[in-house]
Design a protein around this ligand. Sequence first.
Ligand code: SAH
Ligand code: SF4
Ligand code: F3S
Length: 460
Amino acid sequence: MQAANTGKRTVISIRPVFDSDRPKVYLETYGCQMNVNDSEVVVAIMQKAGYSVTKNIGDANLILINTCSVRDNAEQRVWGRLEYFRQEKKKRPNVSIGLIGCMAERLKESLLENNIVDVVVGPDAYRELPKLVEKTESGQKGINVLLSRDETYSDISPVRLDKTGVTAFISIMRGCNNVCAFCVVPYTRGGERSRNPETVLRELKELSDNGYREVTLLGQNVDSYSWKDVTFAGLLAMVAESAPEMRVRFSTSHPRDMTDDVLKTMAKYGNICNYIHLPVQSGSSAILQSMNRKYTREEYLQRIKTIREIMPDCAVSTDIIAGFCGETQKDHEDTLSLMREVGYDFAYMFKYSERPNTKAARHFKDDVPEDVKIRRLTEIIELQSELSLTSHKKDVGSIVEVLVEDTSKRSENDLCGRTPQNKTVVFPKGNNKIGDLVKIKITDCSQATLKGFAISGLLT
Ligand code: SAH
Ligand code: SF4
Ligand code: F3S
């Protein structure tokens, strides 16, 4: 990490180093936001060890692939990429290939058998990466997949890889202590541990000093954050107060663990976005029980009611799994009716994918036929499209505050950003630029985006 003296204050550089004289690392990331943030930690570690970053795989001395195991298709994508890397290695035998992250943790030594991968490193062993890569220079393989009880990388300032410098992640905890029957994460990421709040605030200050305008606090279950007497609600308040100029988001909340204190803290601070990602997984209490989610349909709906009482304008999104073991047509219909009842603003929807060694794989049969899973998932996706459109239509005619994150993918003349409720807005650029907070009058929508024009300056 370099410190540059700007005259006013010392700013830590959290941007990637591109330097032609250094060995170069090329990194690809799959999986969740935590994996994206872990890649930023990995780059910080590799930069400190003398590497620079390259976006061109053909220039790389080291290719890293940060992987996900959550569903079989996530792993299949990685196998596909490894075949491509095999070609790269044929052209340049000196290039080293490292497979890191959740798949490394799940499949361990077996990943070294294919003669593509040189280094395998699990999510808690990234500090060892430079040493293990060094071994490959003498033709050896390197592996470390030990899980840790206390590693949080809290002293490492992640090197931010996004290009726009507006939004960033801070991991506030690692691992998970829940045992949802379908889920591989507790096995790939180990037990839950929270991070010292002082180090969270230090990282927040670095982001703020570097001009970032939004932070998302990450954990598999943020509501069980705990450091001495600091709860998640307490941490959220500290973050919101320390960076009043920044928007604050968080993910993921667990319906059983989310407290009213968190909701009240969200309502109290204007810079905490009124948006909650609250994965339900299923609308059937019987399925929720076999999933070991530890709440019923009714308890979930009660949570939603409380959210709406405390924050009437709060948006809610969810995760849903179609076709879990033993799911009947009636269970599926319960999921559809719950979706309608909540009126989700957005959802991530998946077909159940059995993961080896999970509770479900050990105790239940993956007995919903593939064609039925596909049909149910399609129905869920179609319903959510309707719900998303309904949610967006309600915003037409209103004025929303948008943090500009990028140029629109469709047109250079448009900018895009999100509302506090996490809805994507596209509007003509005018004099506005990336990083601005702009008031937008919404005039039109689709199920995916809101469209409008900037009225900043007209309002006080
Ligand atoms: N910690 C978060 C989610 C982590 S995984 C939480 O508790 O909600 C992200 C999502 O992937 C899950 O919410 C679930 O919907 C989905 N998922 C996890 N395992 C899966 C599996 N075996 N098959 C299909 N979807 C799965
Ligand atoms: Fe997986 Fe459940 Fe932990 Fe989320 S809370 S990571 S779904 S075990
Ligand atoms: Fe994330 Fe996938 Fe691992 S969802 S925690 S990268 S298994």
